[in-house]
Design a protein around this ligand. Structure first.
Ligand SMILES: Cc1cc2nc3c(=O)[nH]c(=O)nc-3n(C[C@H](O)[C@H](O)[C@H](O)COP(=O)(O)OP(=O)(O)OC[C@H]3O[C@@H](n4cnc5c(N)ncnc54)[C@H](O)[C@@H]3O)c2cc1C
Length: 442
């Protein structure tokens, strides 16, 4: 097990056994991230007698769930105004309420299930770093309030600087108290321990090469290197890897995001920033910067740019150019950190659908359910998505399964290289607009 970033070094972890031989279970879940493990938990909660296996190709927390920045936040899909334009105002509100419920759900689960993940609940600051972003922020907050969404407040510039002091901030900020921070790898491993205690079988080092529904009624066959699993139903909780399954090809693309981490800040360095409230912070760019403090007071900053790989492989976890730019951004956002040393840098893939919204539904047959597409906002939503996936497997019609992005017609990316080129064009547009906003006056 080679760590993919800082979080994987914060606690010893020994992967469990691989599957060897054949197995029959009621539900087989492919992918050992939050989606897969939350699904297993909610299924066992609904039916403690159900037999469930999780099949993970590497080890639990190998994917985005073990590498993210740890923001348990209400962001989902696009900005509220873009969601309102694409899906209508009612759905913009519905999406926000879903994500808000997801944040509270994870907060509560950590408490009630005693998931050891260094949880803090410091709230979220969304800041502007140029006048045009400030205009966008003010319009967005006004819309959110018109939609009847509560829990989001405008913080004036002085109050913002009292919280986090950067010369790059422009105008007021978005302040949202319902936001938490986790150590993501610890959270993933706490989930593993919990679901194992609940009776779920977890196999690591077990890549699933195919999922074949319908060979016999109610029997899905999952092929792995050293064994075959038959299951009543199956779940594809494979996030950015989902296009490897023919059922899901072109339904999402993997997009890589990158993070740098400083050594623990000295008292003087911390004093130069303020940040006593330890809020999670993002800026209002399209390709955001996201940053936070770790429990040992390192500054983690991610974002700025993304990579789309080559449209074929999955080996794009390193990007020296983006890491160098992020290190420079830390120094210019916080001049008191000009001499800070950096200890870690890593990256990982998120899953993006064409409309940037999560997608949960059936993969060809009602026996196979998928869930992916949370982009960089899945820490909260994957947990609630796990409940939705469990409801679909249990054939329950619930308020959650009525959510507009559940079981919807999912527009595919165009075939072959054109799909990759489409995703590149979207990223190029976002970069172009950021460059324009970064340098334009109001
Ligand atoms: C660098 C980074 C920063 C992020 N920051 C944040 C943040 O601060 N807040 C936020 O809300 N979201 C963030 N995200 C996004 C968030 O981490 C994800 O949305 C979420 O973790 C997805 O969980 P998941 O379980 O769906 O997928 P994953 O955690 O990616 O799990 C999928 C698993 O499937 C396994 N798999 C794939 N193919 C197969 C196969 N054929 N057989 C068996 N197993 C397979 C993979 O190995 C992987 O472990 C970030 C993501 C990254 C990469």
């Amino acid at each position: 097990m080679t760590p993919r970033g800082f979080w994987h070094t914060t606690k010893p972890y020994t992967p469990g056994p691989a599957l060897v031989g054949d197995l029959h279970v009621d539900v087989a879940i492919v992918g050992g991230g939050y989606t897969g493990m939350a699904t297993a938990h909610f299924l066992r909660e609904a039916d403690p007698g159900m037999s469930i296996a999780i099949l993970e190709s590497e080890w639990i927390g190998f994917g985005a769930s073990g590498r993210n920045a740890g923001f348990n936040m209400t962001k989902i899909g696009m900005m509220h105004s873009l969601t309102a334009r694409r899906f209508g105002r009612a759905r913009a509100r519905e999406a926000h309420l879903y994500a808000d419920r997801a944040v509270t759900l994870l907060h509560d689960l950590v408490g009630t299930l005693d998931l050891d993940c260094d949880y803090e609940h410091p709230g979220f600051l969304w800041v502007a770093t140029a006048p045009k972003y400030s205009d966008r922020l003010l319009k967005e907050i006004a819309l959110v309030h018109r939609l009847g969404i509560t829990g989001i407040h405008l913080l004036d510039h002085g109050e913002l600087l009292d919280r986090v002091d950067s010369p790059c901030y422009v105008g007021p900020a978005w302040w949202e108290p319902n936001m938490g921070l986790v150590n993501p790898a610890k959270l993933a491993w706490a989930w593993r321990d919990l679901v194992v205690r609940e009776g779920v079988q977890v196999f690591e080092g077990t890549p699933v090469s195919s999922v074949e529904p319908g060979i016999a009624a109610g029997k899905v066959v999952l092929n792995t290197r050293h064994g075959r699993v038959t299951a009543g139903k199956a779940v594809l909780a494979t996030n950015a890897w989902s296009h490897h399954f023919p059922q899901l090809v072109r339904r999402q693309v993997p997009v890589w995001t990158y993070i740098v981490l400083t050594e623990p800040l000295t008292d003087a360095q911390l004093g130069s920033i303020g940040w006593k409230g330890r809020e999670g912070v993002e800026d209002f760019r399209n390709l955001v910067h996201y940053y936070r403090l770790t429990p040992d007071n390192r500054l983690l900053m991610g974002g700025r740019d993304v990579a789309l790989g080559d449209g074929v492989g999955m080996d794009f976890d390193d990007d020296e150019r983006t890491w160098a730019a992020l290190r420079q951004d830390v120094r210019s956002m916080f001049p008191g950190l000009r001499d800070v040393r950096f200890s870690h840098a890593w990256g990982g893939p998120v899953s993006a659908t064409l409309d940037m919204f999560p997608a949960i539904g059936y993969a060809g047959s009602k026996d196979v359910v998928y869930s992916f597409g949370c982009v960089g906002h899945g820490v909260s939503t994957t947990h609630l998505n796990g409940q939705v996936v469990a409801d679909l497997l249990l054939e329950r019609d619930t308020e959650l399964t009525d959510t507009f992005f559940v079981d919807r017609r999912l527009a595919p990316f165009p075939p072959g290289g054109i799909g990759h080129a489409t995703a590149q064009r979207i990223a190029d547009y976002l970069r172009w607009e950021d460059r324009r906003f970064d340098t334009s006056p109001a």
